[in-house]
Design a protein around this ligand. Structure first.
Ligand SMILES: [Zn+2]
Length: 581
């Protein structure tokens, strides 16, 4: 049986410049070159895939050679033998080379060198070299030599998705055109035209989603349309999501709502439902990253629908959600989720990683909700940290003020609270699976001796987006530090290239690790200002005393840094307001 189906991206390839979508400037310039007969020996078409580079090259080749015109003309007939042959890629004098798949083939060099021979059928010989940055050195040199002394009636059209990898010497001899990603509105309209012609059942939301997800590439969009046209109920938003393996907007919002409502049960259940329905953990994570990005855009009153990952119809829902949550919280979630990406991609148990980490977002929340006062402070101080960075009042006032929402406070104390909160938050986040992550790092070490050394004499004590801290036993410090490169290597395998390592002597570590039960319930000895190791900078009356006491309290300071949120709340609950005693 003969297969008559022609893929949409071939069937609906633009055949004249006016059909080329989203590349108006390029169309105009090339048309002008043809009209004025100023044909350059070499062109370089750069741009993302599916934006019309090869189509433009073919239209240009037809415009040079169309038989119904005697000279180059921007309106090829698409009916004559040459036009037809070029359209189906069999014209003898139009040589299309895919450098990506032919890079090792010796004869590319010969093919290029043969440019010196006159065309056999057409008026102009046109070489279209796709992905030209992949040409071998020999082929690149042959090309360079040929375009340096271009034969008559020969045009080279080099196309690439990666222009910075094209030799400078070649670039400098070409007329360069940058193809842009095609606007999703253009893609949507094109898809609708095709769907109507092909009698495909579709919904607008479905087509718009295809247009949005094809990232400005027409070929990808048409390919998706082609595939989706086989769905029995046509092209719906749901079908597009299924084909792309995407988590639906509603499911993502359910997850976000579980986080906002601080509901672990519904969070895990939503996750499990998605997993059971076939969504991969990485898709769930990607969805969450995208939707938190959208929520962030909402907080800055952005109304450019083009910028949003979610659909136009979904924006009102997004508006509602964005009012329930603070910007700082969204950023915090986003950062946390972003760090998870690499781990999930490389884990043998991605679902577990996702669930644990999503729950850890909740636990921060829970700590706060356990103690309303504390929650208020945590949120409050973050907000104020943005609002007032210059004001400075007495510490005593500040501590009282902390009980009231939306009041100005001393920068000094805010920083302390912020630092303390931040530290607490970080350690809480990290402590959930620091041991787990440390084991993971150790598992990437090749030498058993190093593995043994690190498992016994070091441990992971802190992990952030761009660095980790490793606590070391003092006796082994130098030995472990000498293996930094090996450890770094293992860390990068897990967390990515950007991670740096800080070593901390275990003496410090021991000071940090304390049993929270040993912290005195009444903490009059541990003034809030004592939380900050930089309190000597303070210029307020309320902290002068504390400066003097600072050295005595060195141990207490480090203890308090690790204090539980309960005690932190107590600080500001009036128990230790008086700093003058
Ligand atoms: Zn023609």
């Amino acid at each position: 049986m003969v297969n008559n189906h022609k893929p949409f991206h071939q069937k609906y390839r633009p055949t004249i410049f006016d059909e080329l979508l989203g590349q108006d400037v390029i169309s105009l310039t090339l048309k002008q070159a043809l009209i004025t007969n100023k044909i350059a020996p070499a062109y370089l078409f750069c741009g993302p895939r599916g934006t019309g580079k090869t189509s433009s090259a073919r239209i240009f080749a037809k415009s040079l050679n169309c038989l119904i015109h005697e000279s180059p003309n921007p309106l090829p007939c698409n009916e004559c033998e040459i036009c037809k042959n070029i359209n189906i890629g069999i014209a003898l004098d139009i040589i299309e080379i895919d450098a990506a798949s032919n890079t090792g083939v010796e004869n590319i060099r010969e093919i290029i060198e043969r440019a010196n021979f006159a065309p056999t059928q057409a008026r102009w010989k046109v070489y279209v070299i796709d992905e030209c940055h992949m040409l071998s050195t020999a082929a690149s040199n042959a090309l360079l030599k040929t375009i340096e002394e271009p034969p008559e009636k020969v045009v080279f059209i080099l196309a690439t998705t990666n222009p910075e990898r094209v030799l400078r010497t070649i670039q400098s001899r070409c007329q360069k055109f940058d193809f842009k990603r095609i606007n999703s509105e253009y893609i949507y309209k094109n898809l609708m035209t095709i769907a109507n012609k092909e009698l495909i059942q579709f919904t607008d939301e479905g087509l718009k989603l295809i247009a949005k997800r094809s990232n400005g590439g027409m070929r990808d969009a048409q390919r998706l349309l082609d595939q989706l046209s086989l769905f029995p109920n046509g092209i719906t938003k749901k079908n597009v999501e299924i084909l792309l393996g995407e988590v639906s907007e509603n499911d993502l919002i359910n997850l976000i709502n579980s986080l906002i409502q601080n509901n672990p049960e519904s969070l895990i259940k939503n996750c499990a439902d998605l997993y059971d329905a076939g969504s991969e953990p990485i898709s769930i994570l990607e969805g969450l990253l995208n939707i938190t990005r959208d929520l962030l855009l909402k907080t800055i009153d952005n109304n450019y629908n083009e910028l949003f990952y979610t659909s136009k119809e979904f924006q009102s829902e997004l508006d509602k959600i964005s009012k329930l949550i603070k910007k700082s919280k969204i950023i915090e979630w986003h950062r946390h989720l972003k760090n998870l990406e690499y781990q999930i991609k490389n884990s043998s148990q991605p679902r577990l990683w996702l669930e644990i980490n999503l729950t850890s977002l909740l636990e921060i929340h829970q700590d706060q909700s356990n103690d309303k006062q504390n929650k208020k402070i945590n949120y409050d101080d973050r907000e104020i940290n943005q609002q007032s960075t210059n004001s400075s009042t007495k510490t005593t006032n500040v501590v009282k003020d902390l009980k009231i929402e939306n009041t100005k406070k001393s920068t000094q104390l805010h920083d302390q609270v912020e630092d303390n909160y931040q530290y607490k938050k970080d350690t809480d986040d990290a402590s959930i699976n620091l041991k787990e992550k440390w084991s993971l790092i150790l598992s990437k070490l090749e030498l058993p001796s190093t593995k043994m050394l690190l498992s016994q004499q070091a441990e992971l004590i802190n992990i952030q987006s761009n660095f980790i801290e490793i606590g070391l036993s003092p006796n082994w410090e130098n030995m472990i530090k000498s293996r930094k490169a090996v450890i770094e290597n293992a860390v990068k395998k897990i967390f990515g290239e950007h991670m740096s390592i800080h070593f901390i002597s275990r003496n410090n570590l021991q000071n940090k690790i304390i049993n929270t039960n040993t912290i005195p319930k009444t903490i009059s000895n541990n003034k809030p200002t004592g939380l900050d190791q930089n309190s000597s900078k303070s210029s307020t009356n309320g902290t002068n005393d504390l400066q003097n006491q600072n050295s005595e309290r060195l141990n207490n300071e480090t203890k308090i840094i690790k204090n539980s949120s309960k005690n932190l709340a107590d600080f500001f609950n009036g128990e230790v307001i008086d700093t003058q005693d």
